[in-house]
Design a protein around this ligand. Structure first.
Ligand SMILES: Cc1cc2nc3c(=O)[nH]c(=O)nc-3n(C[C@H](O)[C@H](O)[C@H](O)COP(=O)(O)OP(=O)(O)OC[C@H]3O[C@@H](n4cnc5c(N)ncnc54)[C@H](O)[C@@H]3O)c2cc1C
Length: 266
């Protein structure tokens, strides 16, 4: 007999108690992000697509925080797009926001038509290294957020405490894991999936592959100057607290990919 999950609850505490009963093995506390249509609608009301385009790369930029709701099917991409158009003075000013929705749609379609790509390298790494030269497991200092690099530890703490991370921070963290620590992207993607409240294999794993260069032409790397530009208001981005990242791109490229020639990789 099929046993359906309960869906009627008086309040959030009752939902939390029910989920705890269903998952006695789960560690940690409930997320501070609240589900449901009311919360999602409140975020939709706050959408400012024009500001989004100008500020989305910044840690304190006007991003929508809609991914937990979109990834769980509480709202469709089409509805979000229509709201963005309605809340823009001119349709073209919602361009950047709608472009990001399109990325999600694209990853979703790739995963639907080629699900085997979700965990398999689409192509070889363009880093000068073979996949067999990457670690298969995530080092413990990364899992514990004790890498000694201030901004990386900050992002890890955000991920494990809140289950959500700004897109730029996801890119930095993925790049750090794959390129600075030479760990296979699959190990990082699996770890992300254990923590993210918006966890979605299509958006996550195919983005990991993009960062890793197994689904793009070149590896994505970053340096401290870049983190300082976008997150300097939020994190200690001093050179002393972030030694391994404090380099120009050319030196970084030579250090991370010694078998490749020097190119512009930013
Ligand atoms: C390594 C890595 C892992 C990721 N893992 C996930 C994941 O598990 N689940 C998930 O929902 N997103 C994932 N993303 C995509 C993106 O980071 C999040 O969707 C976004 O940060 C969510 O915040 P937001 O709703 O405020 O986004 P906004 O910037 O406000 O964007 C609005 C919506 O557009 C879509 N979107 C925005 N950026 C992207 C992107 N780069 N790729 C695909 N769709 C995008 C999302 O649906 C998002 O909710 C990942 C990106 C990277 C680089």
């Amino acid at each position: 007999m099929i046993e359906y999950l309960e869906t009627d609850f008086e309040n959030r505490e009752d939902i939390i108690a029910y989920v705890r009963k269903l998952s006695p093995w789960a560690e940690g506390n409930e997320s501070c992000i609240q589900g449901g249509a009311a919360h999602m609608n409140a975020l939709l009301d706050l959408l400012e697509p024009e500001k989004y385009g100008r500020t989305r790369n910044f840690g304190n930029g006007r991003v929508s925080r809609l991914s937990p709701y979109i990834s769980r099917g509480i709202v469709s991409l089409n509805s979000v797009r229509n709201r963005a158009l309605n809340q823009s003075e001119k349709p073209e000013r919602a361009y950047k926001f709608i472009q990001e929705l399109a990325w999600r749609d694209f990853w979703r379609r790739v995963a639907r038509t080629q699900p085997e790509l979700l965990w398999k390298d689409v192509e070889t790494y363009k880093t000068g290294f073979d996949a067999s030269e990457y670690l298969s497991d995530l080092p413990v200092d990364i899992i514990q957020g004790r890498t000694g690099i201030c901004c990386i530890d900050y992002f890890i703490n955000e991920l494990t405490t809140f289950g959500l991370l700004h897109n730029h921070a996801r890119m930095y963290l993925a790049s750090y894991i794959v390129h600075f620590r030479r760990v296979r992207w699959q190990a990082g993607a699996f770890w992300f999936m254990q923590h993210l409240v918006d966890g979605d294999l299509a958006s996550s794993n195919l983005s990991w592959q993009w960062v890793a260069s197994t689904y793009s032409n070149r590896p994505y790397i970053f340096n401290l100057e870049n983190v300082n530009k976008y997150f300097g208001d939020l994190i200690d981005t001093s050179g002393e607290a972030n030694r391994d990242l404090n380099m120009d791109y050319s030196s970084l490229h030579s250090m991370l990919f010694p078998r490749l020639g020097v190119t512009d990789v930013e």
